[in-house]
Unconditional design. Structure first.
Length: 206
């Protein structure tokens, strides 16, 4: 089976390829390999207040453009002391111009999160990463798979692996930040690992 991985994030593509590497007879194509060029309309694909609705929107859009079975990932970090923010707005948490690069935006997001939590005591710095993988299959039917990784946000960045908020997020299951973990260690306990392994189980059961 061919499956289009519909994300413009090279980090997400790499993680999803690793997580799904053992699934037999599954050929993953990313948007570049599939020849699907970026369109301005893509910036408006995730206006909703739930990971589920945004993931479905992205999967349906790229399924229409490609004609292929498509999976999209919508994910983010919910911080309890911020009432669950940034949540579905994690990618653009720090106010920067829309054309800022992803790495620049990630650095600004981390600085913004550190600042917003200044003075918050360790016990109140809990939160979680959430990932919803939406599958729009060959027949246009939709399926959702949700994964969660609990943890807490530390006061300073630690480690150089991963992406996004990983240097600030100590995963409860690892006792280290995701940026301090090897990719395989992160995938074993991460929100994305859980969501995409659930997708893999579904694909294998069909
Ligand atoms: P999306 O592209 O709307 O799904 O936004 C996802 C955003 O959530 C990313 O840009 C990161 O800021 C954050 N995020 C999601 N998953 C991860 C992760 O595994 N590590 C670090 N940050 C993540």
């Amino acid at each position: 089976m061919k499956l289009l991985v519909a994300t413009r994030s090279a980090h997400k593509v790499a993680e999803i390829r690793n997580i799904l590497a053992g699934v037999p007879a599954l050929e993953l194509l990313d948007l570049d390999t599939a020849g699907i060029a970026p369109e301005p309309a893509e910036d408006a694909l995730e206006p909703f207040d739930s990971f589920e609705a945004n993931a479905r929107s992205k999967a349906a859009y790229f399924r229409r453009r490609s004609g292929m079975a498509t999976v999209a990932d919508d994910s983010g970090i919910e911080v309890d002391a911020l009432g669950g923010q940034p949540g579905v707005r994690s990618r653009r948490f720090a106010p920067l111009p829309g054309d800022a690069g992803r790495d620049e935006q990630d650095r600004a997001n981390n600085a913004h999160l550190i600042e917003r939590l200044t003075g918050t005591e360790p016990a109140r710095r809990t939160g979680r990463y959430v990932c919803v993988a939406a599958l729009a299959d060959e027949d246009g039917r939709e399926f959702l798979f949700r994964g969660i990784a609990e943890g807490r946000v530390v006061e300073e960045v630690r480690g150089s692996g991963g992406f996004g908020y990983d240097p600030l997020f100590v995963a409860t299951d690892l006792g280290r930040t995701f940026a301090e973990a090897a990719p395989r260690e992160k995938d074993a306990v991460s929100h994305r690992g859980k969501a995409f392994r659930a997708l893999a189980s579904y694909l294998l059961s069909r």
